[in-house]
Design a protein around this ligand. Structure first.
Ligand SMILES: Cc1ncc(COP(=O)(O)O)c(C=O)c1O
Length: 404
């Protein structure tokens, strides 16, 4: 056994979260793609079968009340709340992240407009996941604003009297860089603007502290580190003291103060419910609700500690196994700047990842040259990490695939 294998064994033996892996359906594959699609919690299929067979099949329409379907968006929001540092009553689950980005950015610009004239600029993270940029651009056109793309580091200098809203990613989807949510939120507030955070790559991976840091609005997906399943609904956080001012650009009947009043005019409900639009996607939503049970007895702080240990160990193993210069890490070394993934750049990344997957180590490839490895502390262990780095080194040692 190599030295790194023994280190992995010791780290796994001391890992307080090791037993949580049993709560998931996993096999011999080393799965480092939970930052794209989280693994399936083992109890979810039976729970979903019950929703389909009994709640839908037998209770039918009664389930809107009797099985709690109607209140699921807020109820599940409250389950997610402690994982992102929010008190109850501020998160609603539903729609995709893209749709929630739209609601949040337009609502933020509308609030800025109420505060006073002249705020006609939206700052957007220049390295953002594309959907946020597309949606912000459209939101800007609808609200008479202009979008300015800046890196998160440039945000403080770019803020000014014209800034209405700032849309930022807590963690960069490509590099795994963690941005300074407390500091940037404070800077946005000092400029009189509103901060909208995309938490897709941090929710369930590390503490976010939404309430503590006074974040205005936030969105995130639930199919990565929250393991809700493919296309599971996203969430929207609206800070409690802003809820009465949250003017949704998508005012559906589900966020009406009296949804069954069937009134021709819209009157918003109070509370996080204002973020709802239409009929919730119950099957997917209740699969998510079931999947959140894996967090019973697990703190997000413990997850963060293990996440950093996993990424540290991966970087160490890559450093020892992979020949110098073959890959370059894009992920910051500093813990304060690292989320729960490691991104390695190499020219033939697409081909390398294809061959690595062929050997049973699943990460992903982001064009044009990035190998992405996500570390979900709930089910990834240190032996997985060592194996992934060792097989990656083997694949890299084979050299680039011959041109055809
Ligand atoms: C950072 C980030 N924002 C937004 C999205 C898009 O989410 P959705 O497909 O739920 O709209 C993703 C998807 O991976 C993402 O990583």
């Amino acid at each position: 056994m190599s030295e790194l294998m023994s280190v992995a064994e010791e780290l796994d033996a001391a890992d307080a979260l090791a037993a949580v892996r049993e709560r998931f359906v996993l096999d011999d594959v080393t799965y480092l793609d939970g930052n794209s699609l989280g693994a399936l919690p083992a109890h979810v299929p039976d729970r979903v079968a019950d929703v389909v067979r009994r709640q839908w099949g037998e209770l039918r329409i009664r389930s809107w009340d009797e099985s709690g379907w109607w209140t699921a968006p807020e109820r599940i929001g409250d389950r997610i709340a402690p994982l992102v540092g929010a008190a109850p009553g501020q998160i609603v689950v539903g729609d995709s992240t893209s749709v929630n980005v739209f609601k949040a950015v337009v609502a933020a610009v509308r609030m800025a407009g109420e505060d006073g004239p002249g705020r006609d600029e939206i700052l957007v993270d220049a390295s953002t996941f594309p959907t946020d940029g597309y949606v912000a651009e459209s939101a800007a056109r609808l609200t008479g604003c202009a979008v300015r793309a800046v890196t998160p580091a440039e945000v403080p200098a770019a803020l000014g009297e014209r800034t209405a809203a700032v849309l930022l990613n807590h963690a960069d989807y490509r590099t795994g860089r963690l941005h300074d949510l407390p500091g940037l939120t404070a800077a946005v507030h000092a400029a009189g603007a509103y901060a909208v955070w995309d938490l897709c790559h941090s929710a369930g991976a590390l503490p976010v502290g939404l309430d503590e840091h006074g974040v205005d609005l936030a969105v995130g997906c639930t199919y990565k580190y929250l393991n809700g399943g493919p296309g599971s609904p996203a969430f929207l956080y609206v800070r409690r003291d802003l809820q009465d001012r949250f003017d949704s650009p998508l005012p559906g009947w589900n966020s009406h103060a009296e949804p069954f009043g069937m009134r021709p005019g819209y009157a918003p409900a109070s509370g996080a419910v204002r973020g709802r639009v239409g009929t919730p996607d119950i099957l997917s939503m209740l699969a998510l609700e079931a999947s959140l049970d894996v967090w019973d007895g697990v703190s997000v702080e413990a997850v963060r500690a293990k996440s950093l240990a996993l990424t540290d160990f991966f970087l160490r193993c890559v450093g020892e196994y992979v020949p110098d210069g073959r890959v370059a890490s894009m992920t910051p070394d500093a813990h304060a700047e690292r989320a729960s993934q490691v991104a390695l750049r190499c020219d033939d990344a697409g081909d390398v990842m294809r061959r690595l997957i062929g050997r049973g180590v699943v990460g992903d490839f982001r064009a044009p040259d990035v190998l992405r490895f996500g570390f979900t502390p709930l089910y990834v262990g240190f032996a997985d990490v060592e194996r992934a780095a060792r097989l990656l080194a083997e694949v890299l040692a084979e050299g680039p695939a011959p041109a055809v």
